[in-house]
Design a protein around this ligand. Structure first.
Ligand code: C5P
Length: 397
């Protein structure tokens, strides 16, 4: 189940008899390579113990909104941002009604309000409760808000009734979740991405560099592969694993990054410049280690090539997408860069919040307008960014 590998699933368990199936569900998520965190309502703990769920997920279960210990490990807002997908299974009629009204009176309903990840709901209840107009109109409201509704199935119920209202089986829920991550909106596209910092040598052992972690570029590469693209990731030195099925080319300096980019750019549909390329490099890198001297030393720096501008000058050229990590006047500086570098799209963000962070918020700037992508983990934001890029591709072709 490739599409669940490394996915962060927040499983919310509410108080229905089907809660006992969450043990198997969690085991199947882990087997598929997903990282599962669990939040339970108080009534869910009457049906299955938090200890069972902790043992199976390998993580402490979140039970209380105001729990200092749990908040110290991972606070509820952090947990909401961490998730790639929130799955509520089983979802009782009462819990569905509560989230329809935006209540936040326990840990799980609060997480639902706070997350910007997709939310899926697996209803489980008595057949009469399921067909009640109140439940049905609540479900419709959730559908209208783009919630995914998985099931319910028809059959024998714990109370002896027969009808619609059984929670889908764990294996079916896993399939449904996996299909949410499988999307082919970039099928057959070639995407070249630069990521991470560059290193500009001063001598054989020293360099000028920056704090870029490469996480955003790697998240984009992984998501683009899920979306069906062929991805070439030209990477500065970072401490990250190459995502599945991504072709990674390691470089150090801006010059090497430019050379690798131009060698790979032919027939590319999209170029995404995420790398934090050093703007300057030492004019002459010393052949031998620079010796300590008693006084000041002078460094002469020369301008590095602007990789993204070089790509934007090509004819024919791919859709060219830039990033701008700014510390001030974020939108204004972003707009200027879009124009100056002749880009199709630029994602502006706050540099002080972004470097080395798990989460990010960005504003998409195009020649025709702007759109905010709210704070979420870099994988969720990467998907939103790629969907906007796909729209631009469709408009251009
Ligand atoms: O550093 P700056 O804010 O100008 O970066 C904006 C965009 O330009 C980013 O997408 C970055 O990857 C790209 N860039 C580049 N080559 C440079 C400097 C920046 O491709 N030398």
């Amino acid at each position: 189940m490739l599409s669940l590998t490394n996915k962060r699933i927040l499983l919310g368990i509410t108080g229905g008899i089907a809660a006992y199936k969450c043990a198997e569900l969690t085991r199947l998520f882990s087997k598929a390579g997903a990282d599962v965190r669990i939040a339970m309502t108080r009534s869910a703990t009457e049906f299955i113990t938090p200890l069972t769920m902790q043992a199976l997920s390998g993580n402490r279960v979140h039970l209380e909104l105001l729990d200092t210990e749990a908040e110290a490990a991972m606070g509820h807002i952090e947990l909401a941002r961490w998730a790639d997908l929130v799955l509520i299974a089983p979802a009782t009629a009462d819990f569905i009604a509560r989230i329809v009204h935006g209540q936040a009176n326990d840990i799980l309903s609060t997480l639902v309000l706070a997350t910007s990840a997709p939310i899926a709901v697996a209803p489980a209840m008595n057949q009469a409760m399921w067909s009640d107009p109140g439940t049905q109109s609540n479900l419709q409201l959730l559908r209208d808000r783009s919630y995914h509704i998985f099931g319910p199935a028809e059959g024998e119920q714990a109370c002896g009734d027969v009808g619609l209202g059984r929670m889908l089986e764990p294996a079916e829920l896993i399939e449904e979740c996996a299909s949410l991550f499988k999307s082919d909106y970039l099928a057959g596209r070639k995407i070249v991405i630069t990521g991470g910092p560059t290193r500009e040598a001063l001598d054989p052992v020293r360099f000028i560099s920056n704090h870029s972690s490469g996480k955003m570029a790697y998240a984009l590469a992984a998501e683009a592969v899920f979306a069906g693209a062929k991805v070439i990731l030209i990477s500065g030195p970072v401490q990250l694993q190459t995502p599945d099925r991504v072709t990674r080319i390691d470089v150090e300096s801006a010059d090497q990054m430019l050379e690798a980019t131009l060698a790979q750019i032919e027939a590319a549909d999209v170029f995404i410049g995420v790398a934090a390329v050093a703007d300057y490099r030492p004019k002459n890198a010393a052949q031998e280690k620079i010796k300590k001297s008693t006084g000041e030393i002078q460094l002469t720096l020369v301008k590095n090539p602007d990789i993204i501008s070089e790509v934007a000058r090509l004819d024919p050229r791919p859709v060219v997408v830039g990033f701008a990590a700014e510390t001030n006047d974020i939108l204004e500086n972003g707009r200027k860069k879009l124009q100056k570098k002749n880009l199709d799209l630029l994602f502006a963000n706050n540099a002080t919040e972004t470097f080395n962070s798990e989460t990010i918020s960005v504003t998409a700037i195009s020649p025709t307008g702007e759109k905010e992508i709210p704070t979420a983990n870099k994988n969720v934001v990467a998907r939103n960014i790629l969907q906007l890029i796909a729209e631009t591709l469709t408009q251009k072709s």
